[in-house]
Write a protein that binds this ligand. Structure first.
Ligand code: PRP
Ligand code: URA
Length: 213
């Protein structure tokens, strides 16, 4: 697994604002979008392109365009949905598939409650969006789901990660021989006894969309 941690003052500035418990939902959503757009630039470094001819007002030349089949962007509901707009702003012609996952707050095990993705992802590059990588259960589940359908490589974009979660994803994808890249805005200290990232930002889904229970 390749790990890329953003090292940029603008990312750190926005992340700090995001962590603040006093940041209200509308600002939180805006910051998430902006952060994803910044991370997406790095995350799409290896997106496949092919040569294409173009005629400028001055001369013909050769450029590139995204190759077919198009990349697939997969937000993990609910919180990953907050990252979708920021990602598709950068690659508007990507396809979008959805995975609904929720972790049981007692056992910390993820449960997949919805999916809307092509049955055949053979040869597709997938970009998974989830703001929080805590124990890693949800992200590992998503990566296995996509590669079981044939995805050739998976890039995961997260805002905050715990070292425990990074280690778990690395262990599982390396053991399974999955080509996986993890792009993160910040790595935090640890998980607490409830499986929350410390210092983190709290419950990302609740901060984006409000408390459900
Ligand atoms: C959060 C987050 C991840 C997961 C991370 O979602 O968005 O999907 O927890 O935890 P893990 O690494 O320990 O699996 P949650 O299950 O709270 O669902 P939500 O997005 O609907 O709030
Ligand atoms: N999910 C969240 O939303 N936040 C955490 O800190 C851990 C899991």
């Amino acid at each position: 697994m390749e790990l890329r941690v953003a090292d940029h003052p603008l990312v750190s500035h926005k992340l700090t604002h995001l962590r603040d418990q006093n940041t209200p939902s509308p600002v939180f959503r805006q910051l998430v979008e902006e952060l994803v757009t910044l991370l997406a630039y790095e995350a799409t470094r290896d997106v496949r392109v092919e040569p294409v001819d173009v005629i400028t007002p001055v001369a013909p030349t050769t450029g590139v365009r995204l190759s077919a089949p198009r990349p697939v962007v997969v937000p993990i509901l609910r919180a990953g949905l907050g990252m979708l707009e920021g990602m598709t702003r950068l690659i508007p012609n990507a396809e979008v598939g959805f995975l609904g996952m929720v972790r049981d707050e007692q056992t910390l095990q993820p449960f997949t409650y919805a999916e809307r993705l092509p049955k055949d992802l053979a040869g597709r590059q997938c970009f998974v969006l989830d703001p929080m990588l805590a124990t890693g259960g949800s992200l590992c589940g998503a990566v296995h789901f996509l590669t079981a359908r044939g995805a050739s490589d998976v890039t995961c974009i997260c805002l905050l990660a715990a070292p425990e979660g990074i280690a778990r994803v690395r262990e599982e994808v390396d053991a399974a021989g999955i080509a996986c890249t993890l792009v993160i805005a910040g790595v935090d200290e640890r998980l607490n006894e409830k499986g929350y990232i410390v210092p983190g930002l709290g419950d990302a889904g609740d901060r984006l969309y409000g408390v459900v229970d």
